[in-house]
Design a protein around this ligand. Structure first.
Ligand code: NDP
Length: 478
């Protein structure tokens, strides 16, 4: 893969070359790219500024048709995109292809948004008046994305922004820019006019600062610490912000849970996709009566997973996506042990047939809610178990963490489920389902410091990517 930056409809090589490596095989280079400097990022922002008014006024049907075409092209290339994703980020091939198809669905949904009604009409307090509330594009959108969903995440941000008539400058994570380059190629091919979509690769801070300063709105997904930094920067220019940040999601398992189902959803949330979903389950809060049986079953499931090269047909759990994250994961287990956690499964690196960043699905037990391992995001295949006495204590433990992204409960009692749903402080709650695995037609996000500003996707898309205008019309007495 050789990928350039895409600025004002031209493919531009930056001055600083960089390569990506396959986390399944560190001896394999996947892509050659180049980072642009501040001047080129400014150029991209200026191009987006010039192109936005015409795109905002673009024929509605034509704009929807373009987004449909993007969806079709992504679908037709899902295999290639999925393969690149698996090689660059480390998801298994079915997961990579599945993510590409999700990206296509996001563009399909956005195409529908273009033609959906976007205004309200009110009677006025004053005779002879009407009041209209209409939505207008917010303007130039800066989109900054992390490494864990290299095609779906840029897609839902870009699709939403374009649907509502905005222009975009996208900066993907430097670990996984390949899918964003493929997306740019598709947008160009589908007929998105020059300057409406731009792609820049660069160092987060330097690139991000220019983008934030020059944009009307910033949609950012990444770590909470980075989120705080970008929010501080955005305050200077009062750039509208939507931040989707870290999580430390809890699944409560009650004595009355269906044990098979509880193990199924807990293992899925904790370990599938190598635990690298922001909504993955990192804390398992389990009542005493079911605790031992649950832990025993979970440890068996963890030990039974086939961890390995993302492209091997029998692999269930691919590698950790990059070396810094891999080292952080291993250190996380060392720190957890030091504070008293016992390792019931995994805990370290796994040998593979290649030199990859393979980590065993890890289950920590005997932990307390206030320990670091239950407060600090791990973003890997690691889950800690906390034993509690009852639902009250479980609710307290689930909420006793600064992150508030998603949470779940396994129970056969509707009453218990409803109590938890209401009491949870997370932005998303699941009942008898993994804390991860979200749908694109409803809002996604958490409360601060897991999220800030309007939620993403679904109806929230319009909230963030438009500004509302209230118009008072004196049409005279009729
Ligand atoms: P980071 O916060 O490290 O990076 C995210 C993006 O921000 C990257 O493109 C990075 O660029 C860029 N960046 C870094 N520093 C700055 C800066 N000062 N100004 C502007 N941009 C900057 O996150 P990761 O990529 O490590 O992703 C993992 C994190 O993302 C986890 O904490 C996870 O929970 C969170 N996440 C949240 C989701 C949600 O919906 N809530 C969904 C998915 C992930 P570069 O890396 O190229 O320097």
């Amino acid at each position: 893969m050789k990928g350039a930056n895409y600025i004002d409809g031209r493919w531009v090589d930056g001055a600083v070359p960089f390569d990506t490596v396959n986390p399944s095989d560190l001896d394999e280079i996947v892509g050659h790219y180049s980072k642009v400097g501040e001047a080129e990022v400014r150029e991209a922002m200026a191009a987006a500024r010039r192109a936005q008014p015409a795109w905002g006024a673009f024929n509605m049907q034509a704009r929807a048709d373009i987004l449909h075409k993007v969806a079709d092209l992504i679908k037709s290339r899902a295999q290639d995109i999925g393969l690149l994703l698996s090689r660059e980020e480390g998801k298994t091939l079915p997961e990579g292809v599945g993510e590409a198809l999700r990206a296509a669905q996001c563009f399909q949904y956005a195409a529908g948004d273009v033609v959906r009604a976007q205004g309200e009409w009110y009677n006025s307090m004053r005779d002879g008046f009407n009041v209209l509330v209409t939505r207008e594009p917010v303007g130039v959108v800066a989109a900054i994305t992390p490494w864990n969903f290299p095609i779906a995440l840029p897609s839902w941000k870009v699709a939403g922004a374009l649907a509502f008539g905005n222009s975009v400058v996208l900066k993907p994570s430097s670990f996984v820019p390949g899918c964003a380059v493929m997306l740019a190629q598709i947008l160009e091919e589908a007929g998105v006019p020059a300057g409406v979509f731009n792609l820049v690769m660069g160092d987060g801070r330097a690139t991000g600062n220019v983008m934030i300063d020059e944009a009307d709105a910033l949609t950012f997904t990444g770590g909470t610490a980075t989120g705080r930094t970008v929010l501080t920067r955005a305050a200077e220019t009062m750039t509208k912000c939507q931040l989707e940040l870290g999580g430390k999601n809890a699944l409560v398992v009650l004595d009355d849970a269906d044990l098979d189902l509880a193990v199924d959803i807990a293992s899925n949330g904790a370990w599938i996709q190598t635990g690298q979903r922001c909504t993955g389950t990192e804390r398992l809060i389990v009542t005493r009566g079911i605790h031992d049986a649950f832990v025993e079953r979970m440890a068996k499931v963890a030990a039974g997973y086939r961890v390995g090269h993302a492209l091997d047909a029998d692999t269930q759990i691919g590698p950790v996506a990059n070396a810094p994250q891999f080292n952080e994961n291993l250190q996380f287990v060392v720190d957890a042990r030091a504070e008293g956690a016992e390792v019931a499964a995994g805990g370290g690196a796994v040998e593979g047939r290649t030199r990859g960043l393979f980590m065993a699905p890890t289950l920590l037990v005997g932990t307390k809610p206030e320990w670091r391992c239950n407060q600090h995001e791990s973003f890997g295949p690691i889950a800690s178990v906390v034993m509690v006495e009852d639902l009250d204590e479980a609710i307290h433990a689930a909420n006793a963490c600064e992150y508030k992204l998603s949470s779940g409960i396994a129970t056969t009692s509707l009453k218990n489920a409803e109590r938890f749903r209401k009491a949870s402080q997370a932005g998303m709650v699941t009942v008898n389902a993994p804390t991860a695995g979200l749908e694109y037609h409803v809002p996604l996000g958490g409360r601060a410091p897991s999220g800030y500003g309007a939620r993403e996707t679904g109806a929230s898309t319009a909230e963030f990517f438009t500004e509302s205008k209230t118009s008072y019309i004196n049409h005279g007495a009729i």
